[in-house]
Every structure is written in C-alpha cells, then in structure tokens.
Design a protein around this ligand. Sequence first.
Ligand SMILES: Nc1ncnc2c1ncn2[C@@H]1O[C@H](COP(=O)(O)OP(=O)(O)OP(=O)(O)O)[C@@H](O)[C@H]1O
Ligand SMILES: [Mg+2]
Length: 390
Amino acid sequence: MDNPFVYGEVVPAAAFVNRVTELDRLVGDLAAGQKVFLISPRRYGKSSLIRQALAAMNRRGALTVDVTVSSFSSYVAFLEGYARALLAAETKWDRARHWLLESIRTVRPEIRYEPSFPRSTPSSRPIAAPGLTVAFPTVRAERDVSRLAQEVFELPARLAEARRRKVVVALDEFQAIGGFDGGSVEHALRAAVQHQRDVGYVFAGSEPSLMERMLGPRRPFYKAGPVMRLDKIPAEEFAEAIDARFTRSGIRPEAGLAAAIVDLGGNLPYDVQRLAHETWDEVRAAGRRRATLDDLHLALRRLLAEQHMMFEALWQRLTLAQRAALRAVVLEEGRELLSADARTRQRLGGPSTVQAALAALTREDVISREGDRYLVVDSLLREWVARRTY
Ligand SMILES: Nc1ncnc2c1ncn2[C@@H]1O[C@H](COP(=O)(O)OP(=O)(O)OP(=O)(O)O)[C@@H](O)[C@H]1O
Ligand SMILES: [Mg+2]
C-alpha cells in the first residue's frame, strides 16, 4: 500500500481533500468563459485546485492548458512556452502546425516535433506532447515582441474556434507576469482575453499583495472577472479526511491523532500533508498497524532534524531584533506583540522596533498576519524556534 498523503507537488485526485464549493465555483465560472483570479499565500493548494478544475472541464469536453508563468526566464520564452502548451492541446499534429503558422505572422515560428523525445523533465506535471517545441528565434526588437505577444494571446480563441470546443487556460504563478515587460504584458493580455467568450481563464497568484495590487483601479485587470481567495481547509473536515485515509490504507489512527496533525500543521494543507505522510511512514517502517501520537512526535523530530541546517541558516540571517520578534510570535502565539506586557515578557525593544522587525519578517515570508495575530508560515520552523532557540 502506498502512502496516501502527498506533499511537495500538486495533489492527485485521491489525496485531494474538500474544496467542494471552491471547485464547483471555479468550474462553473470557467465553463461560463469567465476570467477568474485565484489568490492565496503559498502552499494553500491553488495549483491542486486548478488541476482538479481542469480535469473536470476536460471531462466536459473542453480543451485545457496549464502554464506556470514563473518558470520562464524571459518574456519571449514565456510566449514560446504558452504557444507550445496551446499547440499541445491539439491532438492532430498537422492541423496544429498549420493552425499556428497561420496565426503567427510577426515571425516565422519554428515548430519541432520528435515523438521519441526523452522524458527528462523533472517536473511532476504531465506533459501532453513531450517532444513538441515552439521557438520564435528571430524576435529581438521590443516592438516585434509586443506584436508577437498580441498574436500569441489570441491563440486560445483561435483554438476554440478551430476545434469548436471550449478552451480553458490556467496561468499559474501569474504574479510573475509583471517581471517580463512592466505593465505592457498586462495591457496586452487583458485586451486580448476580454473578447474571448469561449475561453475561460484562471489567473492564480501566490503573492497576495502583488495580486491585489494588480486588480486595483488603475490597472488593466481591474474588474476583469471574479476573484476567489482560497482559505485554509477547515480543521474538522481536514482531520476527518486524514483519519479516513489512514484507515483506508490499513493503519488505524489513535483517537485524536488526525486532529493533532492538523493542529500542529496549523491547518495549512502542505504542512498537514507533510506531517501525515511522515507519520504514516514512521508506522509503516516499524511494521505496525496502529498510528499513535508517539509516531507523530517521532516524525516531527525527524523532520526537525532534517531541516535543522536550513532553519539555522535562516536564524543567522536575522537581526537580533528580528530573532526576538520571531520568538515572541511563537511564544505569545502571535497576539498583542506590541503591548507593554508582551514586550517585557519577551525582552523586546520599543513598539517601533518590534513593528519594524515584524514587517521585515513578513516581507521575508517568515511570518504572516491572520486577523489580529501573526503566525509563523512554516509550522516546522515554529516548532524549531520553540525548541532550539533561547
Ligand atoms: N485539497 C487538498 N487536499 C489535501 N492536500 C492539499 C490540498 N491542496 C493542497 N494540498 C497540500 O498542499 C500542498 C501544496 O499544494 P499546491 O501546490 O496545490 O499549493 P499552491 O497554493 O499552488 O502552492 P504554491 O503557491 O507554492 O504554488 C500539496 O502538495 C498538498 O500536500
Ligand atoms: Mg502552485
């Protein structure tokens, strides 16, 4: 029996928990050709939700395309990758080639297809046409790049028209688009997508502040479509799902174990799955059929030992004021850190010093704000700070 818990990659359908309403809404919006913005901090499960939504749209007969914007090192490389992904959605090679050559006029695209292309991509994403490459080798001048971009951004609509099918495009890590060419990419993309009735888009971003700014009143994507902000998975539902998956895999969890895993992982999907996965391994390695809180603690100790070097390096990089503030976030559970009491208890400096340290830690993505409290983003780091720093 394989470990039923998965972390560090997009979760397969079997490990996907909950998100029923979010999935319904996203699929409904995409089917209606909406341009949806999906926003959450890192590791909440955006890519996994998108994967499920695309699979659902696929079953309904739509052609789907999934591109991670941040994986490209230049604007032209992004346009090549995007065109490639759209081409790969077309199953008939000759038709695809013809269709691309007809649509792109600014430059002559180089299209290659080698069916026996070695599958050497390290990514876990399934690749529809592994041997397919698209290159725009001759574009240099900025003006040509923006003309090319306009043509590439029209491709989804052309694909929908050519195949008489709905098309759904996911642009993941969309915040990275700003890095390519200042604001002009946003303008060009917005201008193109707003006319594409048969194409649903989901633009997903994991830097909430950047994404929210992109949707602001003076930006091209202002009011372009519905915004979904993904929350954590509710603790009780998550615990139930963890419990059920342990049991189904032949390992009986002690009462309260699943809830303890969710609590320790701060019900962040990634952290919860990581703890569940490692606890399951602990039990399995010992050849037992029952998982206990002791197994969770063994797994936690092992994970902390594995991450020790990395956490230590992070700690070394912090100023003294930041270290003290980070410890205070852990020990005061993130509440009332500016109060005189907390500052005395934790030997913090004046309120402005604490505020500056908290702001720096937030910028570095070490802590984040949730309602009226601060949380350490990585629950393992939280445990490490509590145990290994003074
Ligand atoms: N619905 C879910 N059910 C169970 N686990 C989930 C779910 N969604 C996400 N996870 C867990 O969280 C991890 C991260 O998920 P995913 O990569 O989809 O998040 P993300 O928001 O795209 O993260 P990033 O911003 O880093 O790209 C997964 O590997 C998995 O362990
Ligand atoms: Mg992701």
